[in-house]
Design a protein around this ligand. Structure first.
Ligand SMILES: *[C@@H]1O[C@H](CO)[C@@H](O)[C@H](O)[C@H]1NC(C)=O
Ligand SMILES: *[C@@H]1O[C@H](CO)[C@@H](O)[C@H](O)[C@H]1NC(C)=O
Ligand SMILES: *[C@@H]1O[C@H](CO)[C@@H](O)[C@H](O)[C@H]1NC(C)=O
Ligand SMILES: *[C@@H]1O[C@H](CO)[C@@H](O)[C@H](O)[C@H]1NC(C)=O
Length: 371
């Protein structure tokens, strides 16, 4: 019998059993996707926290097919960038939220999502939400997952699977500005005691340690997103009473300053940590392109949130059951005061998967998978 058919038959008869060897040996398929970050990629962790930052309320998730349009804890109308990338790289299901009680055993083999709405690089970031999981703790959580993989696959196969077949994606940093440094309440922001340079130095130093810890636990293929144009989100435009085509200068400047340092950090780590590939995802330029040339991409607005309330851009009160909802969700770059719509996420994800060095370097994610 042809080897391919033999394999297919095995898959048919022993679906769950064969996955262990299939995913561990086959080329052109991703093993696990480990997703770290904030609300841009949270897939439901905050559902399990007593926190003011929640998205498991309608109409969030209204276009999420896997839940029939019910809210899942994702801060958008459909899939996050992490979901779309996993799907495109051949994963049969989305990375499961670490904090979900049923994220155990075989359920974690395709990956685990640690992201938490309100979380940041700095531990103090997001304190106004009472609870959230910052990056330090997310890495601690991966340490737990790492041991579970040893049990599931055996230590040698687990190491191989994590080093060669798995991608670590990190989408973090926006809250360190929005819900820390830039908070109007100076007493809880860091701005009162630190210059932008000092604060960004701290962020980079912390991130260096966080990424190195993941490397110590066998992570090798990384993709790290830079901070988007946070001065152009409906929330910032509304509270600063800007015109439709203006953005908040200070917020964008801080993001760009951090992004420059991030690029250097990833170069440094690529040299310093043998066998590693740190890929830089230029989310800032990608989202800025969508915001500036939104008409080219079929959107009708890049300033007004689809779901939200308050001010000219529906940008003050987060999306919930009493929010006004736009007519055509696929025509808005922003779903709510802070987060892109699924339509925008699809465009960003496609560029990260198959785009060129302008947006994703040194390799795109499809190539990263096959390294
Ligand atoms: C996967 O690709 C590598 C390098 O291209 C090759 O050495 C290996 O034998 C391939 N494995 C399978 C299962 O095809
Ligand atoms: C875990 O439970 C939720 C419902 O509470 C369900 O939607 C999800 O599919 C389950 N996940 C797994 C991996 O069984
Ligand atoms: C970081 O924050 C967590 C709560 O999210 C807390 O338990 C922990 O002690 C903090 N760590 C440091 C070093 O401040
Ligand atoms: C992982 O946890 C163990 C304790 O179980 C600890 O000794 C080790 O330092 C941790 N690794 C990292 C990278 O945090």
């Amino acid at each position: 019998m042809n080897m391919k058919y033999y394999k297919a038959a095995l898959v048919l008869f022993f679906v769950s059993l064969s996955y262990l060897t299939e995913a561990a040996n086959d080329n052109g398929s991703l093993g696990a996707s480990f997703i770290f970050g904030d609300s841009l990629v949270d897939a439901g962790n905050n559902n399990y926290l007593p926190t003011l930052s929640k998205a498991n309320i309608r109409p969030n998730g209204i276009d999420f097919k896997a839940s029939n349009g019910n809210p899942t804890g994702r801060y958008t109308n459909g899939r996050t960038i992490g979901d779309i990338i996993g799907e495109e790289l051949g994963q049969p299901n989305y990375a499961v939220p670490f904090l979900a009680p049923n994220s155990t055993g075989k359920a974690i083999l395709y990956g685990v999502n640690y992201a938490s709405g309100g979380g940041g690089i700095m531990n103090a970031t997001g304190r106004i939400f009472v609870n959230r999981v910052g990056m330090d703790i997310q890495v601690d959580y991966f340490n737990i997952t790492r041991k579970q993989f040893d049990k599931l696959l055996g230590p040698s196969k687990a190491r191989d699977y994590i080093m060669k077949k798995s991608i670590f994606s990190i989408t973090i940093g926006a809250n360190d500005f929005l819900n820390n440094y830039l908070l109007p309440v100076l007493s809880i922001g860091a701005r009162i005691s630190q210059s932008p340079d000092g604060f960004i130095d701290d962020m980079i130093d912390h991130l260096r340690i966080q990424l190195s810890r993941l490397y110590q636990m066998d992570a090798r293929k990384f993709v790290i997103g830079n901070v988007g144009p946070i001065g152009c989100i409906p929330y910032q435009k509304t509270i600063n009473q800007l015109n439709e085509n203006e953005c908040v200068d200070l917020a964008n400047k801080l993001a760009l300053q951090y992004n420059g340092r991030l690029k250097d950090l990833l170069k440094e780590l690529n040299k310093k940590l043998p066998g590693s590939t740190f890929v830089h995802a230029n989310v800032y330029d990608l989202v800025m392109e969508l915001i500036t040339n939104y008409k080219t991409y079929g959107f009708t607005t890049s300033s007004k949130a689809c779901c939200g309330n308050g001010g000219q851009f529906a940008g003050i009160i987060p999306c919930g059951p009493t929010s006004s909802l736009c007519e055509d969700r696929s025509k808005h770059v922003f779903w709510d005061p802070y987060h892109p719509s699924e339509a925008a996420n699809v465009i960003v994800a496609k560029q990260l998967l198959d785009g060129d060095k302008k947006y994703i370097s040194p390799v795109n994610l499809r190539r990263l998978r096959d390294i």
